[in-house]
Design a protein around this ligand. Structure first.
Ligand SMILES: Cc1cc2nc3c(=O)[nH]c(=O)nc-3n(C[C@H](O)[C@H](O)[C@H](O)COP(=O)(O)OP(=O)(O)OC[C@H]3O[C@@H](n4cnc5c(N)ncnc54)[C@H](O)[C@@H]3O)c2cc1C
Length: 414
């Protein structure tokens, strides 16, 4: 079956739906093609079911990219306030957590319903269960090859009510919004990178981001025994710092602090964890010795850290001194022990990878893309938006803000 559209968007996620209704509102005839049976699966799962849809303070520093300036233009033309205005227009209740992170009060479904309503109002067609077989430019009728101007021709297979039919779609503008590799069960795919390479665009090195860390024995067992316990820490790797909560899991370490730092960590690197960022523990222990404190080290630490964690650390770091009062311990030993609390050096064996990662760091090289429009510099009419690009946000609503802003930039011109 042959169809003609002005704009075809591949991928009905955050960036694709945004781009689609912005283009539709300009009077463009828009089709969104989605490979899976449902649209917006990641939106539904996001923010623990409450979608952290944006952040009040969005700066280019909140993003990782080969070109730190690339994201600025789109983010300044569609701001978090613009998205919040849309949310308010649809009367979606929201709350602001941790001073600047916007979450739905109801559920993530509210955000997806809002995007679908906007698509409906803009006359956007959405076709799910469709597998793209081939994307290319229509051969020129004049015989002169001018790939940078010819319409796109998309061939695919659509599964409808237990039967499949071949589809052939022509369009002037093609927006790639297929997301990235994280969580394949939620639609994660590398298809956008394949298309980029097919059209001679480069793709940077990619790795799983916003992802928990794994450890080998003996730490794996220690962390597993502490599974479910969280504590506020500061973590550093490669000169980047985050002060957030850390969660012990059966596999290793997770929680916002670990997810954040994973974007800046390379295999083999150390993590430096300050378990008690507010105090210099070495100094405090020595001061207590001077004051003839007869408490045990673990009794003193219980005011800072969960009891179970203190007991595990005691077995690791001061098993022979576990029953010795602070007053009787050598000052150097107290200082060395204190330092461990303030700089715990850990080497993860790896991360949990794309299976659980919230994002993929890296993607289509921004050198090949216009920062104003998201159009490929070498190929007119071809656009890349959202996570498929080499722009990765920190935790806190930044990834969705990038999806909205880049989708908006492309939707305005595609
Ligand atoms: C569990 C989880 C929680 C998250 N929570 C948050 C949060 O609270 N706040 C935040 O800012 N970010 C969050 N993120 C990150 C955020 O979801 C993504 O950055 C964002 O969804 C990227 O939008 P996108 O449109 O580029 O890609 P996606 O939302 O992944 O959409 C891509 C779409 O393309 C489809 N697709 C893939 N391949 C093809 C193909 N070949 N043909 C057709 N369709 C295809 C996919 O099925 C999918 O529907 C979370 C991520 C995860 C995994």
């Amino acid at each position: 079956m042959d169809q003609n559209y002005d704009v075809v968007v591949l991928g009905a996620g955050a960036a694709g739906l945004m781009a689609a209704f912005i283009a539709g509102k300009r009077g463009r005839k828009v089709l969104v093609i989605e490979k899976s049976n449902k649209v917006g699966k990641k939106i539904l799962m996001s923010g623990g079911g409450r979608c952290n849809f944006t952040n009040e303070l969005v700066e280019s520093e909140n993003f990782l990219s080969g070109n730190a300036h690339f994201c600025k233009s789109a983010l300044s033309r569609f701001t978090s306030r613009d998205f919040v205005n849309l949310v308010e227009k649809h009367e979606i209740e929201y709350e602001i957590r941790k001073k600047n992170q916007f979450f739905c009060i109801g559920s993530s479904k509210d955000i997806l319903s809002m995007l679908l309503r906007e698509c409906e109002l803009a006359g956007v067609h959405i076709q799910t269960d469709t597998e793209i077989k081939n994307v290319g430019n229509e051969p020129s009728k004049t015989g002169i090859s001018d790939k940078s101007r010819a319409p796109f021709l998309i061939k695919g297979l659509s599964e409808m009510r237990c039967s499949s039919r071949h589809v052939k779609i022509r369009c002037d503008s093609l927006i790639i919004a297929t997301g990235a590799l994280s969580i394949p069960t939620l639609g994660g795919s590398g298809y956008g990178y394949d298309i980029a390479e097919q059209f001679d665009l480069s793709v940077t090195k990619k790795f799983a981001g916003l992802v928990p860390f794994m450890f080998s024995e003996p730490l794996k067992s220690v962390f597993s025994r502490l599974s479910g316990i969280a504590t506020l820490i500061e973590v550093e790797s490669n000169g980047c710092f985050f002060e957030e909560s850390m969660l012990f899991t059966h596999r290793g370490l997770s929680g916002p602090a670990m997810l954040q730092i994973s974007n800046y960590w390379n295999p083999g690197d150390e993590l430096k964890i300050n378990l008690i960022p507010e105090s210099d523990i070495g100094e405090e222990l020595i001061e207590m010795k001077k004051q003839s404190d007869k408490r045990l080290i673990r009794s003193y630490l219980n005011k800072y850290l969960p009891r179970a964690l203190v007991l595990e650390l005691q077995s690791l770091w001061w098993p022979d001194l576990s029953e010795v009062p602070i007053i009787q311990i050598n000052s150097n030993m107290l200082r060395n022990l204190g330092e461990k609390f303030n700089i715990w050096r850990l080497k993860p064996s790896g991360t949990e990878g794309y299976r659980t990662a919230e994002v993929t760091v890296g993607g289509v090289n921004t050198d090949d893309i216009s920062s104003q429009t998201m159009e490929a510099k070498k190929h007119r009419g071809l656009y890349f938006v959202g996570e498929v690009l080499d722009v990765t946000g920190q935790l806190g609503g930044f990834n969705f803000q990038w999806a909205w802003a880049s989708g908006h930039a492309a939707g305005l011109v595609a």
